[in-house]
Ligand binder design. Structure first.
Ligand code: PLP
Length: 402
């Protein structure tokens, strides 16, 4: 067996299941799950229609690079959304959801034969980054998020010798779980560091269309263009229809950026066999070409967050995020002077009120002597507004009882 497999950490939900195995949730209350970040709003009818209208596509093998019309749809959407120009022939590729592509990019970029091969991850983070790095034969360095600066990653804490051996840096903006959007000044700093040390930046932007401020979140390609880097050197952005268009089961997204990265990535993907299903390609063209359903979806989240956040803020340290569909709530001070452990808080909530939430410490690693997820819980507001409000009222009762 590949010995690197033994380096993988159990997934947060697996750890949560093991931690909760002896808990009996209050049977008098209907279960509500805020733990899994899976979109639950309805898939738009026109996307389902595009799938059923294009079933003839099943009769042929798709090209890994995707249909020209699909690539054109990616480039056109990037132009409308971010005002950036990308060449559909050389600077975009379809992917089967951003997850597989975030994994595959590490296999393409990392050279494990170079001493100290390192991949840098935000902390807390989406665990695929870490698994991708470990299976690529790299070591992982974690950059803690700083709650005092809107959860910005503390890039300044990374020693020079770590930057020097970094080959790949994952950025998640809007962030999961914090919802923070990275500002232009930080992109500038990361681009300068990438120029100095030669590492690739993989920018995970799958939550970019669910936002709560007037301004849509800044994208990495947009930041690069604003800073005069229209060749996107050493930068690759990952986006997805899963959250934007409520089609997590369709497995559809794309990457865009530096043509010098896209070319070897296409080679890797050809061998890996990750071409997009032709039926999904047609439905994806329809989805990327429509914004009305995205506005509607965003409005549903806005209304839900506007109702739930102030309620929870009565008892928890929580505020409206920049973007995404999570609340990253501080539970560390809810029990008078005593600090509260996020795992114990989540277990008590499940046992007494049948509400499942994800303890923040399971989404982060201990780094620089602390786990930056400790004392926090992640609440995915993906269910209906009524269910989210019911959960919020139960959280209020539970927290007040502590
Ligand atoms: C931060 C982040 N990136 C990527 C993904 C992958 O999404 P998909 O593969 O559906 O595009 C997720 C899914 O939950 C996520 O939270």
């Amino acid at each position: 067996m590949n010995p690197l497999l033994s380096k993988l950490h159990p997934y947060p939900f697996e750890r949560l299941r093991a931690l909760n195995k002896d808990i009996v949730p209050n049977p008098a209350l209907k279960p509500i799950s805020l733990s899994i970040g899976e979109p639950k709003h309805a898939t738009p009818a026109f996307i389902k229609q595009a799938l059923s209208d294009n079933l003839q596509g099943l009769a042929s093998y798709p090209a890994t690079a995707g249909e020209p019309a699909l690539r054109a749809a990616f480039a056109a959407w990037l132009g409308r959304r971010y005002g950036v120009r990308v060449d559909p022939a050389t600077q975009v590729l379809p992917v089967a959801g951003s997850r597989e592509a975030l994994f595959a990019i590490a296999q393409t970029v990392v050279d494990p034969t170079r001493p100290g091969a390192t991949v840098l991850c935000p902390n807390p983070f989406y665990q695929i980054y870490e698994g991708a790095a470990l299976l690529a034969g790299a070591q992982v360095a974690y950059v803690n998020s700083d709650p005092a600066r809107n959860f910005a990653a503390d890039w300044a804490s990374v020693p020079d010798e770590v930057w020097a051996r970094t080959q790949l840096l994952y950025v998640c903006s809007p962030g999961n779980p914090t919802g923070a959007v990275m500002p232009l000044a930080e992109w500038k700093m990361l681009f300068e560091l990438s120029d100095r040390h030669g590492f690739v930046i993989a920018s995970d932007e799958c939550y970019s269309e669910i936002y709560f401020r007037d301004e849509p979140p800044l994208g990495s390609l947009e930041a690069a263009t604003a800073l005069g880097r229209s060749d996107f050197r050493r930068l690759i952005a990952f986006t997805s229809l899963s959250k934007r268009s409520n089609v997590p089961g369709m497995r559809s997204g794309f990457v865009a950026g530096d043509a010098a990265l896209i070319k070897p990535f296409l080679l890797y993907r050809t061998y890996h066999g990750s071409a997009m299903n032709p039926v999904v390609q047609q439905a994806s063209i329809a989805a990327w070409n429509d914004e009305a359903h995205v506005v509607e979806n965003r409005n549903l989240y806005r209304s839900k967050f506007a109702q739930v956040t102030p309620l929870l803020a009565e008892v928890l340290g929580v505020a409206l995020p920049d973007a995404g569909f999570y609340l990253w709530a501080d539970v560390s001070r809810v029990a008078g002077d005593q600090r509260t452990d996020d795992i114990a808080y989540a277990q008590g909530l499940l046992a007494q009120y049948n509400v499942a939430v994800l303890p923040g410490s399971l989404l982060a690693r201990e780094s620089d002597g602390k786990n930056p997820g400790a004392g926090r819980i992640r609440l995915a507001l993906v269910a209906s507004v009524d269910e989210c409000l019911e959960a919020a009222h139960r959280i209020l009762s539970y927290t007040r009882s502590l």
